[in-house]
Design a protein around this ligand. Structure first.
Ligand code: SF4
Length: 266
C-alpha cells in the first residue's frame, strides 16, 4: 500500500492538506505533522492540495502482470550487464502467491532471480518457488536461540532449517548478517553464525557483514513512525574488520563487509 510522507523542510504551514482531508487523518502539531495511518486511505488529495510539495505518496501497487511488463522492459539491460531481478522487502516470502505467479515467467525468459529473505517462513513456501530462484540472499542475524526469540519474536530453528534445505538443493546463497550495535555485533554471534555456515551451508558463495545503516532515520521521521534504533551509532571501520577476521577464523573464505562506518573522531 502506498504510504504518505511529510517533508518538514518543505512545509510552509499552508494547512491546505488538513482542510482537504475528508478522513481527518492529518494534524499539524508542535512536533510536526501527525498522520493517522488508520484513517488515511491514500487518496492523495492532500498531496494535490499542498502548494509546497511537502506531502508525497510513496510506494506503488503492482499486480503480477504489471510487474512482469516493467521487468521485461529492461531485458536488454539485464542481458548486457549480467544483472537480474532481486525481490526484497519487507519480506518477499510473505508474498508467496505473487512470487509463485511471477517467478516461473521470469525463469522462462532466463532473467536471473534473487530473493532477499530472512527465512522465517514455513519450508512449504520455499518449496513453491525454489526451482525458479538462482540466488538466495539469506539473513542470519543471530546464533543464539534465546536472543533470536527475544529480539525478533521468532523461532531461529525455522530459519536455520530453511537455510540448510536451500543449501541441500544446491541453490547458491549469499549469507548476510546486519551488524546492529548492541544486538548482533559481538564476537560470539559472528563466530557462531560463521561456524554454522561453515558446517551446514555448502552452497554459500559469500558471507556479507552489513554495517548498521541509519540513513533510513529521516525516512521514518517523514513517515511519522518511531524507529527503535534512531539513537544507535554507526559501527567503526576497525570493528567491521575485526568481525570479518572472526568469520574468516571460523572457516569462511569469502567474507566481505560493506555499509557506512563512523568517522575516527565520531
Ligand atoms: S492521502 Fe487522503 S486520506 Fe490520507 S491524509 Fe491525504 S487526504 Fe487524508
Amino acid at each position: 500500500e502506498p504510504d504518505l510522507m511529510w517533508y518538514q523542510t518543505r512545509c510552509v504551514v499552508a494547512l491546505e492538506c488538513v482542510k482537504v482531508c475528508q478522513e481527518g487523518a492529518l494534524k499539524l502539531t508542535e512536533d510536526g505533522m501527525r498522520i493517522d495511518r488508520k484513517k488515511c486511505t491514500g487518496c492523495g488529495e492532500c498531496v494535490k492540495a499542498c502548494p509546497a510539495g511537502a506531502l508525497e505518496l510513496v510506494g506503488k501497487t503492482y499486480n503480477a502482470e504489471e510487474l512482469l511488463d516493467e521487468v521485461l522492459r529492461d531485458r536488454a539491460f539485464y542481458d548486457k550487464s549480467n544483472g537480474g531481478v532481486t525481490f526484497g522487502g519487507g519480506e518477499p516470502m510473505l508474498q508467496i502467491d505473487f512470487l509463485e505467479h511471477v517467478l516461473p515467467k521470469l525463469k522462462e525468459t532466463n532473467i536471473h532471480v534473487a530473493i532477499d529473505t530472512c527465512g522465517a517462513v514455513p519450508w512449504k513456501y520455499f518449496e513453491r518457488i525454489i526451482d525458479y530462484v538462482d540466488l538466495f540472499l539469506f539473513d542470519l542475524k543471530l546464533s543464539d536461540e534465546e536472543k533470536f526469540r527475544e529480539y525478533t519474536g521468532g523461532n531461529m530453528r525455522l530459519v536455520t532449517d530453511n537455510a540448510r534445505e536451500i543449501s541441500s538443493h544446491e541453490i547458491p546463497m549469499w549469507v548476510r548478517t546486519p551488524i546492529i550495535p548492541g544486538y548482533t555485533d559481538d564476537r560470539e554471534n559472528i563466530e557462531g553464525i560463521s561456524q554454522f555456515v561453515n558446517r551446514n551451508l555448502a552452497s554459500t558463495q559469500r558471507y556479507d557483514l552489513l554495517s548498521f545503516n541509519n540513513m533510513c532515520k529521516s525516512k521514518y521521521e517523514r513517515l511519522d513512525m518511531n524507529w527503535e534504533l534512531k539513537h544507535a551509532r554507526l559501527i567503526g571501520k576497525e570493528r567491521m574488520e575485526e568481525l570479518k577476521k572472526i568469520a574468516e577464523r571460523a572457516g569462511l573464505s569469502n567474507v566481505r563487509w560493506s555499509g557506512p562506518t563512523k568517522m575516527e573522531d565520531d
